[in-house]
Ligand binder design. Structure first.
Ligand code: MGD
Ligand code: MGD
Ligand code: MO
Length: 768
């Protein structure tokens, strides 16, 4: 157990809590976007980038995976936080070899993620040699040779782990997984393991595909939209415009969240005049302030109420025809759900019976219902079961595969869904591997690989000793920071392909490599020709992205070029995969993708259509369900919820308005009224009084984890300021990644193995 206080201590420690009521977006949002752009890029680059963002001839926003409205791209199709993401990447500040000569790794380890990120773009490949105190420059070929040498020296290809973050383009992801499988392992952990894995697990079993079934027009035309465990005002701001349109068309929106998030309660669209000068639109018609982990109980309770109403008025609630024709398992589900105890549901959710009954009435009244969700549901021990109970509700009323209805897991990283489609997964199914082998004359391994949590265990236990990160910040994004750092330090070699400096560059194996890559906004020229890449959004639309800015240095290479460079060093000149041609012309990669992945036939032509093309989605397109039964499956899930032990609290770890995952843009969380610091704990005033604290007190957070043999482990994160906040009694909230040291590695969701970042048992200790 270590105190992590100094790991994330702030340069500025004066947190100001304003309690100001703030609208999401509106004039302040526009001003913030412009200010961040000007600070990081200067006026010319600001204008050049912001006008190319999400335009047909421009680049895909590296912010979130929310789709552009087809055919209706406005001139400024971006949001405040998309603009911040761009400013962060397109910054003119640089981290050069003299920077690394000046700052030792030990010194940099004392800096915050905020400070590290603010230093600018990485410009040169750098190496940290065994025993060295400083990174030093290394040539690209020497770096590739070093990686190839370490990989070849392993006892088995399974001793290497290849991580991917979700910004990687389809083309880079495809060649990356191809190199890894040709090398001989399926160890492909990705950020999705920590993100929407629970959604994928739940949806594959129930509807046969792990992707959302709705489009933007579906949302715009829905009658009822439930938004559970998601904070779109901060994390998917463009979704608010879609929701506003839906409301204009008469939709009812119900927000299900422990916190009254600003974006859901009020929103001003900066792209509309009335948005700028008016009072904002109330997005949510109802706010269900649920207790952390109470969603499964809510969905089960609603299932019971729907069935009872159907009993009273047969033929008015459930869609019998859909159930008979398209589903399996209804009788078992109905029998189980009728037994659900509504008193338990009330206790688990913290809602009143009247609120739950009203929600049931809204479902009954709706002919087109959509359920949207994100991390509040997926990062729970019972996340998969919770999502399956949401699917059960939709199946009851035939809400899948018809316009205006369906499931909507709102993805995080801008190409996280596309990376999965391209094969970034530790357990890709057989048809994909067969097609890959046929296309390239290789033999992909069949044994499933390690996901993120299992990769950490493998490195910790000495079973893996090379780590390669394609983007991301593995050390800070994963749970149990002390364990994860020790695991990486246990490696012979760690390699980070990155755009910006982060903590994962400082916690290395015996040798550490930093390979600087082009980002979304950068112009990518290979063999004299400008290249373009493609991405897939949260609604399965694939389209092109073209960067246009001059790169931060002439040393930067594209992710595709870096992968092909490593592959050539690893496999030599006589390999069946045409690495050199792939690196020279991304159309060649797309031609192979077209032959390997269903839905990508004629890829190069289709992707050049102005808005790209939509991938097939059998449940949405034709109510076809490729499941074990050939039908959509109702599931019976044991009810789980989270009682709070006396004197303890349940902590959710979430994003502020001023960060992108582990990249910290600034120290404010405008919508929650916090300024100038991130070590805050949002707590209900009743808990504050009951535990003997007052507003502004400083505490340490101590998590308590009981291992299978009954031992209680403690983990600690030091010095948080208490902030009274309207969160449910017993439920507290703080920001990630500062709180990751508190999350035990073994605290994972059933089935999906996703770290449970939204429900950590803690107690508070007064700082003396
Ligand atoms: N600006 C910006 N945009 C981003 C990101 C970013 O960091 N910054 N990250 C991107 C990524 S990778 C992702 S995955 C998405 C994340 O998008 P979100 O899932 O919106 O992100 P979180 O901040 O984790 O917010 C979780 C929400 O769930 C609520 N919640 C917590 N526990 C529960 C619960 O038990 N039940 C319910 N019903 N709600 C609960 C929280 O109060 C919070 O509103 O955003 C993407 N977009
Ligand atoms: N406690 C807690 N932990 C969480 C979560 C939580 O809610 N709570 N959320 C989880 C979720 S949903 C996710 S998705 C993960 C995120 O995990 P990651 O994806 O690993 O983390 P990011 O912070 O998004 O990665 C940022 C880094 O990516 C690099 N980068 C940015 N753009 C590019 C690019 O175009 N190419 C390359 N090569 N590199 C690039 C930069 O160097 C930057 O420092 O964190 C997870 N961890
Ligand atoms: Mo995510």
């Amino acid at each position: 157990m270590t105190d992590t206080t100094d790991r994330y201590t702030f340069d500025e420690d004066d947190v100001v809590v304003t309690h100001e009521k703030s609208y999401a977006a509106g004039v302040p949002a526009v001003l913030v976007s412009l200010r961040r752009g000007l600070e990081q890029m200067g006026p010319v680059r600001t204008a050049r980038t912001l006008f190319k963002l999400n335009q047909r001839d421009g680049f895909d926003c590296p912010g979130c995976a929310w789709p552009e409205t087809p055919g209706h791209r406005k001139h400024a199709e971006f949001c405040e936080n998309g603009a911040k993401a761009v400013a962060e990447e397109a910054t003119t500040r640089t981290v050069t070899p003299p920077f690394f000569a000046e700052h030792s790794v030990a010194e940099l380890l004392g800096k915050t993620e905020f400070w590290l990120g603010q230093q600018g773009r990485l410009t040169h490949p750098m190496v940290l040699l065994p025993g060295a105190t400083h990174y030093e420059p290394i040539g690209w070929d020497a770096a590739f040779a070093m990686i190839a040498g370490e990989l070849r020296a392993l006892g088995s290809p399974d001793e290497a782990v290849f991580y991917t973050s979700g910004r990687t383009s389809n083309e880079a992801a495809f060649v990356y997984q191809l190199m890894i499988r040709a090398f001989g392992t399926n160890n492909l952990p990705d950020c999705s393991n920590m993100c929407h894995e629970s959604s994928g697990s739940a949806l594959v079993e129930t509807i046969g595909i792990g992707k959302g079934s709705v489009t933007v027009p579906d949302i715009e035309n829905a009658d009822l939209i439930l938004i559970a465990g998601q904070n779109p005002g901060t994390n998917h701001p463009r979704m608010l415009s879609t929701l506003e349109k839906a409301k204009g068309n008469g939709a009812k929106v119900i927000a299900i969240n422990p916190l009254p998030e600003a974006g859901l309660l009020r929103f001003k669209d900066p792209q509309k005049v009335h948005g700028v000068v008016g009072n904002g639109v109330q997005i949510a018609d109802e706010f269900l302030q649920i207790r952390i982990g109470g969603d499964q109980a809510l969905f089960q309770g609603l299932g019971r109420l729907l069935l009872e109403e159907e009993d009273r008025n047969p033929g008015t609630v459930i869609d019998r025809d859909f159930i008979d024709r398209h589903t399996a398992g209804f009788d078992d589900y109905a029998a189980a759900i009728r037994q659900v105890d509504l008193d338990t549901v009330v206790q688990a959710t913290g809602l009143t019976l009247a609120q739950i009954q009203q929600t049931a009435q809204a479902l009954i009244a709706s002919k087109k219902t959509i359920i949207c969700w994100a991390m509040g549901l997926t990062q729970q021990t019972h996340g998969v079961a919770t999502i399956q109970d949401a699917v059960n509700l939709l199946l009851l009323q035939g809400m899948i595969g018809k316009p205006g209805a369906g499931v909507c897991p709102v993805r995080g990283h801008s190409n996280v869904q596309g990376d999965r489609t391209m094969g970034i997964w530790e357990k890709m199914p057989e048809p994909f591997l067969t097609a890959l082998d046929t296309e390239f004359g290789i033999r992909s391994p069949r044994r499933h690989g390690w996901d993120a949590v299992d990769s950490i265990r493998a490195m910790r236990d000495g079973k893996a000793s090379v780590f390669v990160g394609m983007g991301g910040n593995f050390v800070s994004a994963t749970p149990d920071t002390d364990t994860t750092e020790a695991a990486l330090r246990n490696c012979a070699l760690t390699v980070q392909v990155s755009t910006k400096l982060n903590r994962s560059h400082l916690v290395t194996g015996r040798t550490g490599l930093i390979l600087p890559s082009l980002g979304r906004t950068d112009k990518d020229v290979q063999s004299g020709r400008k290249q373009q890449v493609s991405v897939e959004d949260s609604m399965s639309v694939v389209h092109l992205s073209r960067g246009s800015l001059p790169p931060a240095s002439d040393q930067l290479r594209s992710e595709v070029a870096i992968v092909c460079g490593i592959a050539q060093a690893l496999f030599g000149p006589d390999h069946p995969v045409p690495w050199q041609e792939f690196a020279a012309d991304y159309d060649r990669i797309r031609d192979s993708i077209a032959r390997v992945i269903p839905g990508f036939e004629d890829f190069n032509r289709k992707v050049r259509a102005p808005d790209g093309f939509a991938l097939p989605h059998p449940p949405r397109d034709e109510r076809r369900f490729d499941t074990s039964t050939g039908k959509a499956n109702f599931t019976v899930n044991a009810l789980s919820w989270l009682p709070v032990p006396a004197g303890k609290l349940i902590l959710q770890t979430m994003r502020s308005h001023d960060q992108y995952n582990t990249t910290i843009y600034g120290l404010d969380d405008r919508y929650r009224g916090v300024k100038g610091g991130r070590r805050v704990l949002f707590i209900n005033t009743d808990d504050l009084a009951a535990l003997g604290f007052t507003d502004g007190d400083r505490v340490d957070l101590v998590s308590e984890w009981t291992t299978p043999d009954g031992t209680v482990q403690e983990r600690r994160a030091g010095d948080f300021r208490l902030v009274p906040y309207p969160t449910p009694v017993g439920n507290v909230a703080a920001y990630y990644p500062e709180t990751n040291p508190l999350i035990p590695l073994d605290h994972v969701a059933a089935v999906s193995n996703t770290p449970v970042s939204k429900a950590v048992l803690i107690r508070l200790e007064r700082r003396s």
